[in-house]
Each structure stands twice: as structure tokens, then as C-alpha cells.
Write a protein that binds this ligand. Structure first.
Ligand SMILES: [Zn+2]
Ligand SMILES: [Zn+2]
Length: 344
């Protein structure tokens, strides 16, 4: 089968490797059809690392995946050959304290696709436990299955932040995660929604998903706009979905006194910076979001029934032989890209 390996910084190569075999009765062999390129894949592609997770040698990237069941182990009860599925990329142990608390995303033994040293989904076949697969509802295509992964993260963080109906929010960053946060906040009944980005195309999409006020970050400052339009109060929750020094700071500046700042972004240099006076005087709660927990099913359901055009997040499709080009486009935010997927 074909597999796409990252062999060095900004170097990808298609290699022919054997199809993996089912090891346990509860395993499923999935023929991957669509894989989304995520910001974290781009960190590995450009920098070879995210914090202390470093690529040694070569690795297959990709964790946002959907495909069809090619073979089901003897003990598999929910799927059979030909079923279309979305893949939940984190295989947690199911036994540790965090797993038993309902937080498999914090499992210390988690095996996560496309995170060193674990190979990801940018290949024709992957073996996954049955419990990591979710049937694609009728009418949903593989790209929509892929979108359930970032949306699960958006939904999880919005839930974690305790957003209440009519809470005003501001989101720094309108990439796939920022737009997933927007879509989730809208669904949860948020009040006014502010969102900023450097790309006009992303802000146009934000308007389609229900943003009330967009901020082109090269022309206006999110925290100034929020201050102006809320009479100096600020919003109940500020979300960072960009992982830049300025956006961490903005997520705290936009928050009202006693409010919250929620961090999704991953900083390139593994450092986050805030203004202590802002955070302290307003007694802000700072909440970190680590992937997602138990949100794939609601994400698929929401994608299927919402009237908002969330599926339009997929702006680009490439064959595996064009994966390098896809990585460059996503990495450079060029050609109006929001979510690029590799078709297999
Ligand atoms: Zn991702
Ligand atoms: Zn565990």
C-alpha cells in the first residue's frame, strides 16, 4: 500500500509498505479515503516537533481520517466490511484514572495517530480498535467525516469553558479550529460572537457560520474592537485558536472582569505569555483544551443536521502524490485555504 512519510523538515515521500494486519479480535482494518491536514501536522512538517514531541527518523502524519471498513476482527460487533466510518485518532488505555474519569484525552498511555513515534493515517490502510470508529451517518461524505475531528475539539473546548446561553465570546483565529469554536459557540447559544484572522476568506466563512463581527487582524485589533463594541465590558469568554503570542494576550484582554480565557493554540516556541496585570486584576480563569473527549458522535450528528455551511470548511482536495504541495499551501495560508484534505 502507499504511505506518505515525513522524512525530514519539509520533506515528504510516498513509500510502498505492507498492509497492516488485524492483531486483536476487536480490531478493524480501515481503507482510508480522506485525511485532513491539521495545524499540528504542519508543525511537524515545518519544525519537526511540537514541544517535546519530536520526530525521530521518519513518520506517517495525519490524524483526521475517514474511510471504509475493509475487514473486521472476529469480535467486532458494530461494523462489517464496506461500512463507512470516521476515525477517532486517540487510542486511550481505558483503565487509568483519567480514562475512568471520562477524560480519555488526558490518558498518559494514549496512542495518538500521527504523533511521534506513532504513525498516522496518511496511508491506504490503518488498523484501529472498533471503539475508535464511528459510523458515518447516511448522507455524510468522507470529508465531512474528517471534519468531525476538529469540530469535536471545538465542541469539547466550548463545553469545558462552560459557555452559557447569551454569553458573548471573542475568538482569535478563524482557521479550522477557530471556525469549529465559532460553530460550537453558535450551537450552544452564544450571544455576540467576535472573531479575528489575517485571512479575509476565513472571515467570510466566519460570517456564514454566524459571526456577528469579524476583525481583519492586519487592520484592526480584536481587543480594541471588543472594548469599543461592548462599552468597555469585554466578552464572557475569550478563545485563542491561533497559538501566537499576540493571540494569547488578546484572549485575556478581550475577557470581561471575572471572565475566562480558553487556550486551543499551540505556540511554536513552547511558551505562552500573558500580561499578569490583565489576568490578575480581572481574576481570569485560564482554561487549556487538550484535544477532545467523547465528542466525535455529537460532531458527526451536528455536521449532518445543521443548516450552517460547516462542510464548506474543506476548500482543497489533493491526491497523495500532491501531499507536499498541500502541506505548503496549508503552511503558507495561501489560495484561500481553510481545510485541505488528501484523498486516498
Ligand atoms: Zn487535528
Ligand atoms: Zn488511560
Amino acid at each position: 500500500m502507499k504511505a506518505l512519510f515525513l522524512t525530514g523538515k519539509k520533506r515528504v515521500e510516498i513509500v510502498d509498505i505492507p498492509v497492516p494486519e488485524i492483531m486483536k479480535d476487536t480490531d478493524v482494518l480501515v481503507r482510508i479515503r480522506s485525511v485532513g491536514i491539521c495545524g499540528s501536522d504542519i508543525h511537524y512538517y515545518n519544525e519537526g516537533r511540537i514541544g517535546d514531541q519530536v520526530v525521530e527518523g521518519r513518520i506517517i502524519l495525519g490524524h483526521e481520517a475517514a474511510g471504509e471498513v475493509a475487514e473486521a476482527g472476529k469480535g467486532v460487533t458494530r461494523f462489517r466490511k464496506g461500512d463507512r466510518v470516521a476515525v477517532e485518532p486517540g487510542i486511550s488505555c481505558g483503565k487509568c484514572e483519567q480514562c475512568l474519569r471520562g477524560k480519555p484525552n488526558l490518558c498518559r498511555k494514549v496512542v495518538f495517530l500521527g504523533t511521534p513515534p506513532v504513525d498516522g493515517a496518511l496511508r491506504e490502510y490503518v488498523v484501529m480498535p472498533e471503539s475508535n470508529l464511528y459510523g458515518l451517518p447516511e448522507g455524510l461524505d468522507y470529508n465531512q467525516g474528517v471534519l468531525s475531528e476538529p469540530l469535536a475539539i471545538g465542541l469539547y473546548g466550548v463545553k469545558l469553558s462552560g459557555l452559557s446561553v447569551c454569553d458573548d465570546v471573542a475568538i482569535a483565529g478563524a482557521g479550522p479550529i477557530g471556525l469549529s469554536v465559532l460553530f460550537s459557540a453558535k450551537t450552544a447559544g452564544a450571544g455576540r460572537i467576535f472573531i479575528s484572522d489575517l485571512c479575509k476568506a476565513r472571515l467570510d466563512m466566519a460570517v456564514k457560520l454566524g459571526a456577528d463581527r469579524t476583525v481583519l487582524a492586519s487592520c484592526e485589533d480584536l481587543s480594541e474592537v471588543v472594548a469599543e463594541e461592548t462599552g468597555g465590558r469585554g466578552v464572557d469568554i475569550g478563545y485563542d485558536a491561533a497559538g501566537k503570542r499576540e493571540t494569547f494576550i488578546q484572549s485575556t484582554r478581550v475577557a470581561a472582569t471575572g471572565g475566562k480565557s480558553v487556550i486551543y493554540g499551540i505556540p511554536e516556541d513552547d511558551r505562552m505569555e500573558f500580561e499578569a496585570s490583565v489576568v490578575r486584576r480581572k481574576e481570569l480563569s485560564i482554561i487549556n483544551v487538550r484535544r477532545s473527549a467523547h465528542m466525535t458522535l455529537p460532531a458527526l450528528d451536528l455536521i449532518g443536521r445543521s443548516r450552517l455551511p460547516f462542510s464548506s470548511l474543506v476548500t482543497h482536495e489533493f491526491g497523495i502524490e500532491k501531499a507536499g504541495e498541500a502541506m505548503e499551501i496549508v503552511s503558507g495560508y495561501s489560495d484561500g485555504v481553510i481545510k485541505a484534505v488528501i484523498k486516498l
